[in-house]
Design a protein around this ligand. Structure first.
Ligand code: ACO
Length: 378
């Protein structure tokens, strides 16, 4: 019998670190980055660049700092040509999340600060990763479709440049802002599974590329960031508002999870879903295809009527991204292009107050067995 006390399964409610980066109140449904409620950021007109600066540096930049940061980010969007060559080989046979995970790891070999473990070098690496993630995703999409990748435009904001690189067409102001807000909303979320994974890797003093590679691998799963892709599959399968009820009831009857619903921390509306719902509604109107929003809304209504479950960030981001013309299998990589800022903030924080993260397990297997040579075993 073990004499250790076991934490909640899945580490539910277990506090494993102190952090100055993010505060979530699951009962009130609030999400706070470095002391600022995300509603303040979105409604006040903050940009992703300002948000990334805030997460990485702990305070908002002044005008000069923001201009320098934005210029530095825009200046390192391009990928090393050796990386592009390897991406070309992998593009036709990889899921975009596998590609992103592999390329993140590969980038360590082309790191201009290779071997430098100083905090300054870590910060430069973080900035480059934030700048380059969208380029990896957009470039991959062109390569797998046998098109020439679009060169990043340093005159465009981070959000507008991503849509431009992906669609080879400059987005209008409204779509740029919607995408900018999507990036802000996904940027950080305390010790979610992928961030925890990044911190565990960083705590061994493995480098930043290793920690981010762990995080990308963790984000992919359908119980975490991979849910947005699954939500869109469900919307396409349902295909009409009329079929939503029978579809959801069948999922309940089969005891299957409804993707995009439920959360380990929120017990009320996920504050990110509140914004995304409205963007999905408005984009549906503007694109004259309200169907995807309407099916989503109907599913939400049915789920809420049957269970105490609320939509999480992945539910309305699916239709929002679809309206923005983003291919379904890029939804999770796009989540990563934003969350990279939060991951890097946590990795920097871990390095600054590091102690190896190494929990323990309650052993429940057999004990005191005797070794039997292989030929004597039954
Ligand atoms: N559909 C149906 N039932 C659900 C759902 C759902 N989406 N989510 C939770 N439940 C039910 C479970 O079946 C369980 O019921 P039971 O007690 O009768 O067995 C109960 O609610 C608790 O669920 P858990 O899975 O134990 O809750 P946990 O905190 O471990 O999981 C999670 C949270 C993984 C997000 C879960 O709600 C889920 O699988 N949701 C669907 C996938 C998803 O949308 N993931 C994205 C989350 S947001 C993010 O990571 C970016």
């Amino acid at each position: 019998m073990a004499d250790k006390s076991i934490a909640g399964k899945g580490l539910e409610d277990v506090v494993v670190a102190t952090s100055d980066i993010c505060l979530i109140d699951g009962k009130k449904g609030t999400l706070v980055y470095r002391g600022y409620d995300i509603r303040e950021l979105v409604e006040g007109g903050a940009t992703f660049e300002e948000t990334a600066y805030l997460l990485l540096n702990g305070k908002f930049p002044n005008r000069t700092e923001l201009d320098d940061f934005s210029r530095a980010m825009a200046g390192c969007r391009a990928l090393p040509k050796e990386v592009l060559k390897i991406m070309q080989i992998l593009a036709h046979q990889s899921h975009p999340m596998e590609l992103l995970r592999t390329v993140t790891s590969l980038m360590s070999s082309y790191d201009p600060d290779r071997g430098d473990t100083s905090l300054d070098a870590m910060r430069r690496r973080a900035l480059r990763l934030v700048a380059q993630f969208p380029t990896i995703v957009a470039t991959f999409d062109h390569m797998r479709n046998n098109r020439d990748p679009v060169t990043p435009d340093p005159e465009l904001s981070h959000a507008a440049n991503f849509l431009y690189m992906l669609r080879d067409e400059k987005p209008d102001k409204y779509e740029s802002r919607v995408f900018d807000v999507c990036l802000i909303l996904h940027a950080e979320h305390e010790l979610n599974a992928s961030t925890f994974s990044a911190r565990v890797t960083a705590s061994t003093l493995a480098g930043m590329f290793g920690a981010v590679t762990s995080a990308v691998g963790t984000l992919r799963g359908p119980l975490h960031g991979g849910a947005n892709e699954e939500v869109m599959k469900m919307l396409i399968e349902v295909d009409s508002v009329e079929k939503a009820e029978s579809h959801v009831k069948q999922l309940f009857a089969d005891k299957r999870k409804i993707m995009g619903f439920g959360h380990r921390v929120y017990r009320t509306d996920d504050p990110r879903a509140t914004f995304l719902r409205e963007y999905s509604r408005e984009l549906g109107k503007r694109k004259q295809t309200p169907k995807w929003f309407e099916i989503s809304q109907k599913i939400e209504e049915i789920v809420k009527a049957n269970k105490t479950l609320y939509p999480n960030v992945d539910f309305y981001s699916a239709s929002t991204y679809h309206y923005l013309g983003i291919p379904r299998d890029l939804f999770t990589p796009i989540f990563a292009t934003s969350r990279i800022s939060g991951w890097c903030a946590h990795i920097l924080e871990q390095y600054q107050h590091n102690r190896l993260i190494r929990p323990t397990a309650d052993y429940t297997g057999p004990q005191d067995l005797k070794y039997v040579p292989v030929d004597e075993r039954k």
